[in-house]
Design a protein around this ligand. Sequence first.
Ligand SMILES: [Zn+2]
Length: 146
Amino acid sequence: MIMTSEKQQRWSPGRRGALYCSPGCGGKCTWADYQLARKRGHTLVKTLTAKLGDGWGISVFESMGWRYTVGRGGVSVHVSHSTIGTATSYFALLGEPGGSGGLSDWTDHSSYDDPVEAVQRTIEKAEKVMAKWQQWINTAKGVSNG
Ligand SMILES: [Zn+2]
């Protein structure tokens, strides 16, 4: 997406004392929360890397407070809104890489204490849906499932 310079300016956070917030946000986000989001994001990357391998990256963004997600390819791990601040519960979305969310076909926003489980369950759900779709395709093509 190409942003106009005005839009870029609106979403460029500026530091003023304890505040670190964009004009477009206006949520009085703080530098401390930004640092905390980055720190928690790094911790989540380490947790996911240890169990699921390399390739995870952090995205820190503003939405009336600093938030973060960690993703790899089309899967992204999010802190459940009900636990923002304590970061004890996670959900995962799976969709187009670089996109902003998950396909509704397998997204149910279930929350998990373990972010690794959130990723694994989401991938399992997607695989079940894909297997069902493949069966539909096979049936439509007259291919037997044997
Ligand atoms: Zn802000």
